[in-house]
Design a protein around this ligand. Structure first.
Ligand code: NAD
Length: 738
């Protein structure tokens, strides 16, 4: 029996080879070129060995597999780049061949002549599920950890190893499209209901049941390789399909505004593939995949949403030489809106939390928030009663600062008021042990200023959460002038423990995310003042790829808060720091119209009682003379939104606030949903080229104001033909630091 690095093969007395995938040095199985070579060798060996009657393929880890490996995907891009320089025509052929490697290897399994059963014991994603689909039998364990998905669309590509051909031939076109265009996860039972797995069994029955399938005479032939195979639902030329396909195109358009080439390619693969023999369908998929992989969208999304996000999550910015901290006790001071949620996510990570407020009542009220969340999770079956109780037992409400004497980290989330925060900092530091870290969740006050109240500014840092804390994946870690490496390391260890993605930025008013968000909202004020119909403003933002229109977002944030921020900016930086027309608009809404946003049911939108939906406030149109819709270019509105945010992101780089382009990109997508297909605010610029971006900004500046003027850095980069990822190469920086 050959030995493999990533697999063991044990053939039992019945001649069933159990192939167990268990990559050394990896917590999760992923596809690499070596793994695929070994799978191919296993197929050849089991075919050649006449004692082998069939194969059960499973994983030796708690999950089945996460799909493709980061390095393999990165390798595909660098291969393309290198080949493009050498010989462009050959480059695409090579990419086509590389894209087909998995496709045809899985097809080889499907047609090898011996039955294969995939035994899915845990998370089974992307290429791993496509491999399973090529097996003749699929059995999944009913363990909660089993999640099945083809999530490629989320990073700008699509299932390119047979997924688009097998899923609609097993389920039906509608369910297949839904699964692949959203990338959403299926439970084992849902996968069975969709006909994507044959059996769902208890975890300990997985392998015996898989073997039994073979013993029961599982035919080593896929349904579509049988004579007379019919596509479920009857294929494309049926009355039902005539209903489905026009609607599917329309829904895709509504959901993606044509911004996601991969999602469209899925539709094409299914529509075209179902009309031809299976192998031709695979080739169609391979061609579209080759096309999509070459798009700027795929490149940028994979870089930001797959590679960079993982790298930042794994502590790319963690200072070297700092030992990892296992947090044993975290203090949260301020049990209000944010503090209560911070306590919850901390306890959910298994860390004991003391939640402090001005009195016991307020502190206990903060814990009530967690009790509500836990009760909800239990009723939805997402949490067991015991786990829920355990989580709640980790949160101790208190009004006694002395309880913080054992804390490794204290996060303050008290009122946004310098004096209140000063008192809290002093009280906490009076009891906080030597070496423990103090973090502020302030959203507007510079960290360096707050650290002025601290006796140990080296141990003082900003950890800025976003609301709703339970849902938002991003945290912004802010370095004050004197913040030390240990504080950064502890903050990043904490963020990793609560499973969020950190970006690390230097201190500035609004930090990174809020600076960009404010530009987004300010541009919508400009548009309102110009007389652009409000509905066009909101729709243009959505067509540009923003998840929430700027007026709607402003309502969520609260318009009175916007007024507070404008006033604070004037107080700190002078009248000129704020556009007087913006001040007039926002103060009119708040002070005259009492429109504070969603919180009082009146903002840019009206919020009638449910189930009625919100609608734009009709009075908005009376504030400024309205332009005729045909005199407004939707395309220009879209460009203005993305460009103004991207420009602000570029400014933060120029000012040294953001030092790593990955953080601006990931921060902009996770923080406020910056058009994900662009790969983030800086990838938006790199994607079109800095020169083109500078030209666009100059054009916009000529009509819409000097805030669009390209910065000196951008002009210089345009002249030199540089990109952000080239000039501020995060990997180069790491190499230099090492
Ligand atoms: P909040 O008013 O809901 O909660 C503040 C809490 O602090 C209250 O429970 C109050 O009783 C308590 N508190 C006040 N003084 C205290 C003291 N001396 N000792 C102990 N507790 C005290 O406010 P919030 O919205 O949770 O905001 C808290 C902080 O988080 C602010 O700095 C804010 O800028 C920041 N922040 C808020 C958001 C948001 O969306 N609301 C987002 C990010 C950051």
């Amino acid at each position: 029996m050959s030995t493999y690095k990533n697999f063991t093969v044990d053939t039992d007395a019945d001649g069933i080879a159990l192939v167990t995938w268990n990559m050394p040095d990896k917590s999760m199985n992923v596809f690499t070129v070596e793994v695929m070579d070994e799978i191919e060798a296993i197929v050849d060996a089991t075919v050649a060995d006449s004692t082998v009657k069939g194969v059960v393929f499973t994983s030796g880890k708690s999950s089945f597999s996460g799909g493709a490996d980061l390095t393999m995907i990165k390798g595909m891009f660098s291969m393309l780049e290198a080949e493009k320089i050498k010989d462009p025509a050959n480059a695409v052929q090579k990419l086509f061949d590389a894209a087909g490697r998995m496709t045809w290897l899985w097809r080889k399994i499907e047609t090898n002549g011996k039955p294969w059963v995939s035994a899915i014991n845990g998370t089974c994603m992307g290429g791993a599920f496509e491999l399973s689909l090529a097996c003749h039998g699929r059995i999944a364990s009913n363990a909660k950890s089993v999640k099945i998905a083809l999530p490629e669309v989320k990073v700008g590509i699509f299932p390119g190893a047979g997924g688009t051909q097998r899923v609609p031939r097993l389920a039906n076109a509608q369910d297949a499209l839904q699964m692949m265009t959203t990338g959403s996860s299926l439970t084992a039972s849902r996968a069975k209901a969709m006909n994507l797995v044959h059996q769902v069994v208890e975890p300990d029955q997985l392998i015996p049941a898989a073997k039994q399938m073979i013993k029961d005479g599982l035919k080593p032939v896929a349904p579509w390789d049988e004579k007379g195979f019919k596509v479920p639902g009857g294929g494309i030329w049926t009355p039902a399909a005539a209903q489905l396909w026009p609607a599917a195109s329309a829904i895709l358009r509504r959901e993606t505004a044509g911004n996601y080439p991969a999602a469209l390619a899925i539709l094409k693969c299914v529509y075209e593939g179902l009309q031809v023999p299976f192998d031709t369908g695979l080739r169609i998929e391979q061609r579209y995949f080759t096309q999509v992989v070459q798009t700027t969208e795929a490149f940028s999304m994979i870089r930001s949403l797959f590679v960079s996000m993982q790298e930042l999550g794994k502590g790319a910015r963690r200072p070297a030489g700092q030992p990892k901290t296992q947090l044993k006790h975290v203090g949260v001071v301020g049990a209000g809106f944010m503090g209560a949620s911070i306590a919850y996510v901390t306890a959910a990570a298994g860390i004991p939390v003391t939640l402090i407020d001005r009195d016991m009542d307020a502190a206990s009220k903060g814990k009530t928030h967690s009790e509500g969340l836990v009760a909800g999770a239990i009723s939805k079956g997402k949490l067991t009663k015991e786990d829920g109780e355990k989580l709640l037992s980790l949160i101790t409400p208190s009004d006694d600062y002395d309880t913080l004497s054992t804390a490794d980290l204290v996060i303050e989330a008290v009122f946004e008021d310098r004096d209140v925060k000063k008192v809290v900092i002093e009280k906490v530091e009076a009891v906080l042990p030597e070496g423990a870290i103090f973090a502020s969740n302030t959203s507007t006050l510079p960290i360096t200023g707050l650290a002025g109240n601290s006796k140990r500014p080296v141990d003082f840092i900003g950890i800025h959460f976003f609301s709703p804390v339970e849902k938002m994946m991003l945290t912004e870690v802010i370095l004050g002038k004197q913040t030390g490496d240990k504080a950064l390391a502890v903050a990043l260890d904490y963020v990793a423990a609560i499973k969020k993605t950190p970006i690390v930025v230097n201190d500035t008013r609004g930090f990174f995310v809020n600076r960009c968000v404010l530009r987004y909202m300010a541009e919508s004020y400009d548009m309102l003042i110009e007389g652009v119909p409000p509905v066009m403003i909101e729709n243009a933002a959505k067509f540009a790829g923003m998840p929430v229109g700027p007026l709607s977002l402003n309502d969520e944030v609260a318009i009175d808060l916007s007024l507070k921020i404008l006033k604070a900016t004037v107080a700190d930086l002078g009248e000129k720091a704020v556009d007087p027309r913006h001040m007039e608009l926002v103060s009119r809404l708040v002070e005259k119209e009492e429109r504070f946003g969603r919180k009082n049911g009146k903002g840019f939108y009206d919020y009638p009682p449910k189930p009625a939906k919100k609608s734009l406030w009709p009075g908005l149109k009376d504030l400024y003379p309205q332009k005729a819709p045909e005199d407004v270019s939707m395309k220009t509105l879209q460009q203005r939104f993305l460009a103004t945010i991207a420009l602000e992101a570029a400014r933060t780089v120029e000012e040294g606030i953001v030092t790593d382009p990955r953080e601006a990109d990931v921060g902009s997508i996770l923080g406020f949903g910056f058009a994900p297909y662009t790969g983030g605010a800086l990838s938006y610029i790199d994607g079109m080229g800095v020169k083109t971006f500078v030209e666009l900004c100059e054009k916009l500046a000529a009509t819409y104001g000097p805030h669009f003027k390209p910065t000196p850095l951008l002009r210089e980069m345009a002249e030199k033909g540089e990109t952000f990822y080239g000039r501020f190469d995060p990997y180069g920086q790491i190499d230099k630091a090492a």
